[in-house]
Structure formats: structure tokens, C-alpha cells
Design a protein around this ligand. Structure first.
Ligand code: ATP
Ligand code: MG
Length: 572
């Protein structure tokens, strides 16, 4: 391919809205162009890489025996009503009405659609197991679309769905997919780690997210080097020692004027944050609940929701807090709230806590010397794991200190059980002709997010460093004297030879200074650069260098030997 025949549009300046390196580089290297917030056009170079990622995903899915299908993006509301998700998906789902007044969704995912499909196709155990997948555009009206392709409103997902005769068979399929995901990300040149995650709507089902570790990642992940435990912070648990407090004198009210936050009260009283109990009022499915955690810890809302068995949990508004406790948010606590029936749940580490300081449920007052068991009404069963794990917390499995790192969720595998197949009566007849419900799994790869995650993990100050498997072109041939026929002939010969060996190359045949060509080559990040110029040829050859290699690694090789040298670098 000739550079001058391609629409390659590199930019000197970072886009104004880009916060992370991979977003800047995607745009500056001319891989994508922004249409509007969360919407991007793939330009020719970007599309080449996207197709390579898709091909890897397809090959690995096909290798598991999964079969590719393509379902409509527009999905009738009735499908979503059948599982109740028309109401629970909320504002994240793009909805529209057709001219006949039928409500529809622009698919954010496709569990309903695929279960309806399979309920109509599968009737016998002989047709099972079966896994179908598609590579298709998904739509989500994200609260904060940002970071380019990482969190966009429209993105490409590979979504696969498996149907098995029972839970045991579904478990086998789950691990087949898990291992296929390991291969997919490895082949894309991505270091992705599987981590345990919360089952969300699906309850306690088993699920793993695959995370590309990167400082720019939106998710926190707890790791234990000791035993290999890895879990998303929404889910991660740690070992806690019981508070085992000594008996303390009766609780006593203290005036804390103007001190609202734990930090303010703690500096007002000159005591550390962990002497406090942090109390927050939430509304869970319409009912207020007080959540108590140690003063220096954060409430984990996912764990609270799971403990309460609630669909939604959100911080209460001013009026609700006042009605429930008798005070403003800065002065609330678990001892005698205004609403004597207010349910109080507390982190397990507070069980047996004494001598603590809590809000007095009276504005500008706190209580000291609080013994939770003596002074508050908290059911035994309402002491639960409710905090977010932090650096240094002890691993729940082996007791060693954990570290927290950032990750980009590039994929997720999920055991769904019969949630959807029950709703759609997706049944089959077993060999006794008895009706049984199929057991499902679902498996997503963020294809466009994966592409950007590769860049986030692999770049330097000059630009992208593409792994050979997903680079737009594996080789750039910088032709320094395009008007010199003999020199140009050598460059195009080399290109043809590479193409014949299945290596894609672009010849930079622009009438530009070498500096401009080298800068663009580094910015776009082709894995191998070859410089073909009259000067070099006079010295006996062409210059070959890997993008990741330092300048000194540049080798001068005879034109005839160039293809071999390039292949070596690509395989390294
Ligand atoms: P997130 O927690 O990041 O919002 P999710 O868990 O809601 O993602 P899934 O429903 O698991 O996403 O979708 C499968 C995959 O699709 C994700 O692992 C992710 O790689 C990708 N993905 C999800 N939302 C987006 C988005 N807005 N833009 C780009 N990719 C996305
Ligand atoms: Mg997910």
C-alpha cells in the first residue's frame, strides 16, 4: 500500500477532550475521528486494526465450537418486559418508538433477544450444548462517555451466549470460554488478568472480568501476591479481626459546632478517624436504611445492596435523612435515631466496638463512649462485610496484605443459570422426554475498548507501539527519495516480497522530509520501520529497526536480506 493513496491524517496537537494517553494517540495517529461525545468514526488505519482484533476474536470463538450469528440491533420492548429489564435498565438504554407506536431499544446487550431466539430453535437435548456469538454494535447512554473508545455511547462488542443441559455442563462451557478469553487477549498483545467480580443483577452467580492493568483504568482491583486472589473492588473481601473493645463509661453528648465531616470532627476533638463510626443514610428500594462503617473506611454500595437484597441503593436526600434520624447528614449516628424502626446495618469489623464516637442525631452534636452493642439496635445478622477493600488489607484467603491496582475491563464471562431461560420458557426434552430448562452463560468482549487498551498498555512519548498482531500495518517502508526510480523500485520490491509472505506493509512515498516521515511512523507505531534511501543504499543497504528498539539497534541490511530481518523482528 502507498501512503499517498491512503487517507492518513496524523495530528500534532492532542485533542482537547482527551485525558488519557491512549485517547490522545488514537486521535493523533489518525485511527479514529470524533463525531460527537462518545461517538467515533474509524478511519482506514484504525479500521485495519479493528478488523485484526475482530479476526482474533472470531478465530478463538470458532475454535471453541461457538457459531457466529447476527441479531438485530433494534429490539422490541416486549422482550425486555418479559424479564422486567425494560424498567430496571434505566436511562442507560436508548429507547425509541416506531411509526406504529411500538417501543424499541437500541440493544445495549442481547440476553433477552438470544434466549427468545433459542427457545424457538432448541427442543431436544440432542441440540445441546450450543453457543452462539455475534460481533456487533451496542448502544449505551453512559452517564459520562469519556476516554475515547473506552467508554463510548456506541461500541463494538463480541457477545456470546451458551445453552447447556444442566449446571454441570454449563460450568464446563464457562471455563472453555474463560480459556478462550485468555488466548484472545494474549494474541492481541494485551496483558489481561481475570478477576472475580460481583454478579450484579444476576445475584451470586460466578463471574470473572478480564482486566488490562493500566494506571488509567477506571476499576480498582485487589490483588494478593501470596495466593493469587484477584477481585474487583466491588466484590473484594478482606480478613477482619473482631473489634473486641474494652468496657467503656456511659455514652456522653459533646458539642461539635460546625464540624460535619469525620475529618472536621476528628481534628476538632484531636482523635484519629478510626475512633469514629461513619453513619450514612441510604434509600434501598424506597426504604431508608442506616449504614455504619469505621470512620476511616468507605461504604461499598454494591455490598450494601447485596446484603439488603435490594435492587437499588442510593444516598438519601436531605428530607429523608432528617425524618429518619432527626438531624442533618453531618450529625447522624446509630444511637436512638428519630425513627426508632430505622434498620441499621454495620460493617462486620464494628461488632463488639466500644468507646467510639458517633453522630448524636442532633445537629452539631456527637456522642462519645459509644458501645455499639449496648447503645444501638443492630441485629446480629446485620453485621456484614460492607466496606471497600484498601491497600494493605489482609487477604480473606491467606491473610497476607493485598495491593490495589487499576484495570480496564476488556471482557467478562458470566454464569447466568436459568434467569433468562425461565423467563422465556426456553426448555428442551431430555432423553426421557421430560421437559428441562436450559442453563445459560454469557460472555462479552469489548472489541473497541480492547483495541484502545492495547495502546494504553503499549506506547511511549513518541507514539503507539503496536504488537504485530493488531498493528494497522506490520511494516512501514520510509522511502526517502520517492523521485529516484531505482530507490523507489527497491522499496516497492520489498513491499511486494513482504505482502507475498503475508506481511502487510505501507510505503511512505510522500515528498516529505525524513524527519516528518520518522515522526509519523513512530506516532502511528508500526512494529517495524525500514528506511530505503539513496544514502543508505550507497552504504550497502536499507535500515531496519523495530519500533520498540532504541536507535542504536538499527541494522543496515542488504535489500535482499531485508525481508528476513523484518520477519525476525516481527516474530521476536
Ligand atoms: P463497565 O463496567 O465498564 O461499564 P460493563 O460491565 O457494563 O462495563 P458488560 O455488560 O460486561 O459491560 O459488556 C461487555 C464488555 O463491553 C465490557 O467488558 C467492556 O469491555 C465493553 N463495554 C461496556 N460498556 C462499554 C462502553 N460504554 N464503551 C466501550 N466498551 C464498553
Ligand atoms: Mg462487565
Amino acid at each position: 500500500m502507498r501512503w499517498t493513496k491512503m487517507m492518513i491524517n496524523t495530528l500534532r496537537e492532542d485533542p482537547g477532550d482527551a485525558e488519557i494517553d491512549s485517547h490522545k494517540l488514537l486521535v493523533r495517529a489518525g485511527l479514529v475521528k470524533k463525531l460527537a461525545g462518545g461517538l467515533y468514526t474509524f478511519l482506514p488505519l484504525g479500521l485495519r486494526s479493528l478488523h485484526k482484533v475482530e479476526r482474533i476474536v472470531r478465530e478463538e470463538m470458532d475454535a471453541t465450537g461457538a457459531q457466529e450469528i447476527l441479531m438485530p440491533i433494534l429490539q422490541p420492548a416486549e422482550l425486555w418486559r418479559q424479564t422486567g429489564r425494560w424498567d430496571t435498565m434505566g436511562a442507560n438504554m436508548f429507547r425509541l418508538t416506531d411509526r406504529a407506536d411500538h417501543q424499541m431499544a437500541m440493544g445495549p446487550t442481547a440476553e433477552e433477544e438470544v434466549t427468545d431466539l433459542m427457545a424457538g430453535i432448541v427442543s431436544s437435548y440432542r441440540q445441546l450444548p450450543v453457543t452462539v456469538y455475534q460481533i456487533q454494535t451496542k448502544f449505551r447512554d453512559e452517564t459520562r462517555p469519556r476516554f475515547g473508545l473506552m467508554r463510548s455511547k456506541e461500541f463494538i462488542m463480541k457477545d456470546a451466549y451458551s445453552f447447556d443441559v444442566d449446571a454441570e455442563a454449563a460450568d464446563k462451557t464457562y471455563w472453555t470460554m474463560y480459556h478462550a478469553y485468555e488466548r484472545i487477549f494474549a494474541r492481541c498483545g494485551l496483558k489481561a488478568t481475570p478477576v472475580q467480580a460481583d454478579g450484579g443483577d444476576m445475584g451470586d452467580s460466578m463471574t470473572h472480568e478480564f482486566h488490562a492493568l493500566a494506571d488509567a483504568g477506571e476499576d480498582g482491583i485487589a490483588f494478593c501476591e501470596g495466593c493469587g486472589y484477584a477481585a474487583n473492588l466491588e466484590k473484594a473481601q478482606c480478613r477482619v479481626d473482631a473489634a473486641a473493645g474494652a468496657p467503656c463509661p456511659p455514652a456522653e453528648e459533646i458539642h461539635t459546632p460546625g464540624a460535619k465531616t469525620i475529618a472536621q470532627v476528628s481534628s476538632f476533638m484531636g482523635v484519629p478517624g478510626d475512633a469514629f463510626v461513619k453513619s450514612l443514610v441510604y434509600v434501598a428500594d424506597g426504604t431508608p436504611v442506616m449504614v455504619c462503617v469505621p470512620g476511616d473506611r468507605d461504604v461499598n454500595e454494591v455490598k450494601v445492596r447485596r446484603h439488603l437484597g435490594a435492587k437499588t441503593v442510593a444516598l438519601a436526600d436531605y428530607d429523608t435523612v432528617l425524618a429518619a434520624t432527626g438531624a442533618n447528614a453531618g450529625s447522624v449516628g446509630p444511637v436512638r435515631p428519630a425513627d426508632a424502626k430505622l434498620r441499621i446495618v454495620a460493617d462486620q469489623s464494628l461488632k463488639g466496638a466500644t468507646g467510639r464516637i458517633v453522630g448524636a442525631n442532633r445537629d452539631d452534636y456527637h456522642l462519645k463512649n459509644v458501645d455499639l452493642a449496648r447503645d444501638a439496635v443492630i441485629a446480629d445478622a446485620d453485621y456484614a462485610d460492607l466496606v471497600t477493600v484498601r491497600e494493605g488489607d489482609l487477604c480473606a484467603q491467606c491473610g497476607r496484605p493485598m495491593t490495589i491496582r487499576r484495570g480496564i475491563e476488556v471482557g467478562q464471562v458470566f454464569k447466568l443459570g436459568t434467569k433468562y431461560t425461565d423467563a422465556f420458557k426456553a426448555v428442551y426434552k431430555n432423553d426421557q422426554l421430560q421437559e428441562r430448562v436450559m442453563v445459560m452463560g454469557c460472555y462479552g468482549v469489548g472489541v473497541t475498548r480492547t483495541l484502545q487498551a492495547v495502546i494504553e498498555q503499549s506506547h511511549d512519548k513518541d507514539g503507539i507501539i503496536w504488537p504485530a498482531s493488531v498493528a494497522p500495518f506490520q511494516v512501514v517502508i520510509d522511502l526517502l527519495d520517492p523521485e529516484d526510480e531505482a530507490v523507489a523500485g527497491i522499496a516497492f520490491d520489498l513491499e511486494a516480497r513482504l505482502e507475498a509472505q503475508g506481511i502487510d506493509a505501507v510505503v511512505d512515498d510522500r515528498l516529505e522530509r525524513p524527519g516528518v516521515k520518522f515522526k509519523d511512523a513512530d506516532l502511528i507505531g508500526f512494529p517495524v520501520r525500514v528506511v530505503v534511501g539513496a544514502k543508505g543504499l550507497a552504504k550497502g543497504g536499507v535500515e531496519v529497526k523495530g519500533r520498540a528498539q532504541p536507535k542504536e539497534a538499527m541494522r543496515l541490511v542488504a535489500p535482499d536480506a531485508a525481508a528476513d530481518a523484518i520477519r525476525e523482528l516481527l516474530c521476536a
